[in-house]
Design a protein around this ligand. Structure first.
Ligand code: ARG
Length: 567
């Protein structure tokens, strides 16, 4: 595909001799100001001339190839470039003809390893709506990086370790026979946990027993380990139901427990570097030198290990095992301090190149319209219920709008899940969100179902046409109307959008883009008759529709939204 920015940069380099000129070129937000623009005030200092003058001189010097750049204009110190629309259409059509459903993908990440850590729920605790967000953002990033050619490793860093398991074991010993864990196990485990916590507060001897259980668990005691495994299996069964519905996958489930035997090394290494101090019996690493006022605790007073130490062990392990270029942690912003501390301490444990690759991809809170949820208060919505309820609602809408549709259940599943995924990935990560069914399932707003609906429309157009035309039978010159050109220019940007989304670790950039594509298609569709007696025109418009079909489908797939063929 022609890289127009690069073409312009080459021409500018010739006349300016400025190597990094490409990095100065911008894409104006207002297309009236050209497709690309060079703000000349950036050069004014270097060249000691007024921007307007520089722009005028460059315009004179540059030689144009009208097949590519149709016009150059000077406006207020900006040099604006207009790409020949026919060149854009040609290159987009050729590229899509070539790559089909791989359009927008690239090899830019070849040879680079990226660990994406996401979901990471806690065993014996509910999978809450915040976990839904890390799961969907992480899974999208996983797919996005893969599409760009990176070797991507998806890790579910399960919260399957810690002193709370000592409590769970004690609770099970005391009340295990009161609970039937074959039905709704997580809520029952939560109930047990709340009960034992209350008891521990009242009775110090119970607390002591819990601590002892955890020590036994760490030492590999059979009874404790078996119980722990039981809690883990029961939880995983529930989590897997959610992963299956969402079609989310991982390459590794190495959670906190996996690092149990790797923490000694961390503490010893840090001690040997002389950075560990004692504070009230606990081992800590002071980070005030690095501008972090709260020290990182690496071992508790009672000698048991801690969340942060397991994260440090994970960094060392991942560096060794995956030799990562980047290691992303898709975790709520509430853990900002934790990751700051861990990344700072990691400087004593791994090479600088790994430190530079560590990145906390923080995201905001999610609430339901009825207010914040809290595990403690028990007003949690089970995610599985939320997913199923949304699928049911989608089914009702379909039943009403298109009762004769085939595979209604399959379609309802795609629409329901699509609504949730879209909603979750429709704002930048850091924004807090309210999850509301009515907004998510609205077919007309900026929603998952809207994208799917436009996709289905491209399908029905293509069905009416009968066969996707051969590119050699397509005359791109007939697509010169405004709506067609705008649409194709948007399609041209697909790869760039994916790169931006990876660069910022923000899937919503793709979500927003797809909405734009759908809207521009809608305008194109309303303004142009696709099925017409003029076969030349029909071929070209049908081919453009096919391109939209590909982009919508491939883009949605990156986000984790599946497109129904009909709805
Ligand atoms: N299990 C934690 C939670 O549910 C999230 C783990 C985040 N990842 C990490 N490497 N610390 O809150």
């Amino acid at each position: 595909m022609i890289d127009f920015k690069d073409e312009i940069a080459k021409k500018l380099k010739k006349v300016t001799n400025i190597e990094e000129i490409e990095s100065y070129i911008e894409i104006p937000s207002n297309k009236e100001m050209g497709d690309y623009s060079l703000p000349c005030f950036k050069l004014a200092k270097e060249l000691r001339k007024a921007p307007q003058m520089i722009a005028n001189e460059l315009k004179e010097k540059i030689t144009l190839d009208e097949n590519i750049i149709s016009k150059v204009e000077v406006v207020n110190g900006y040099l604006n470039f207009y790409i020949n629309p026919i060149a854009v259409i040609k290159t987009v059509f050729e590229e899509i003809n070539d790559k089909k459903e791989q359009y927008g993908s690239s090899e830019i990440g070849k040879g680079k390893n990226i660990v994406v850590e996401y979901s990471s729920p806690n065993i014996a605790k509910p999978f809450h709506i915040g976990h839904l967000r890390t799961t969907l953002i992480g899974s999208a990033l996983y797919k996005i990086y893969k599409y760009l050619g990176y070797n991507t490793i998806g890790v579910n860093h399960l919260g399957d370790y810690g002193t709370q398991f000592g409590k769970m074991i004690e609770a099970y010993k005391m009340w295990g026979n009161e609970y039937d864990l074959t039905v709704d196990p997580i809520n029952k485990m939560v109930d047990m946990y709340v009960r034992i916590n209350d008891l521990c507060k009242k009775d110090e001897t119970v607390l002591e027993k819990c601590r002892e259980n955890f020590r036994l668990l760490e030492a590999g005691d059979k009874y404790c380990t078996d119980l722990w495994n039981k809690f883990k299996d029961l939880s995983m069964q529930e989590f897997n139901k959610i992963y299956n519905i969402l079609d989310v996958k991982f390459d590794s489930y190495n959670g906190e427990a996996f690092y149990a035997d790797k923490m000694d090394y961390i503490i010893k290494t840090l001690e040997s570097k002389g950075v560990v101090t004692e504070s009230e019996g606990a081992k800590i690493v002071d980070l005030s030198d690095m501008g972090i006022s709260t020290p990182c605790i690496i071992q508790k007073t009672n000698g048991s290990s801690i969340y942060a130490t397991r994260d440090l062990a994970a960094i060392v392990y991942r560096a060794k095992t995956y030799d990562f270029d980047k290691c992303l942690y898709v975790v709520a912003y509430e853990q900002n301090l934790h990751f700051k501390q861990v990344f700072a301490v990691a400087k004593y444990l791994v090479d600088e190149k790994y430190i530079n690759g560590l990145k906390h991809v923080a995201f905001g809170m999610v609430s339901l319209p009825s207010g914040k949820m809290s595990t403690r208060l028990g007003n949690v919505v089970k995610i599985e219920d939320l997913l199923n309820k949304t699928i049911e609602e989608a089914k009702e809408i379909i039943e009403e709008k298109n009762p004769d549709l085939e595979d209604k259940d399959e379609v309802a599943k795609k629409v329901g899940i699509g609504a949730i995924v879209f909603n979750t990935l429709s704002t930048s990560n850091i924004k807090d969100q309210v999850f509301d069914w009515n907004t998510a399932l609205n077919f007309n707003g900026e929603t998952g179902p809207y994208l799917q609906y436009m996709y289905v429309r491209t399908n029905s157009v293509l069905e009416k046409v009968g066969k996707i035309p051969d590119l050699k039978d397509v005359d791109v010159n007939v697509l010169s109307d405004d709506a067609s050109v705008k649409l194709v220019k948007e399609l041209y940007d697909f790869n760039n959008i994916i790169m931006q989304s990876a660069d910022k670790n923000e899937p919503y950039i793709i979500t927003k883009y797809l909405v734009n594509v759908a809207k521009l298609f809608s305008t194109f569709y309303n303004e142009n008759k696709i099925i017409t007696d003029d076969k030349n025109l029909q071929n070209a418009r049908a081919y453009l529709t096919y391109c939209v079909n590909i982009v919508l489908k491939s883009g949605a797939k990156l986000l984790g939204i599946q497109m129904p063929n009909k709805m």
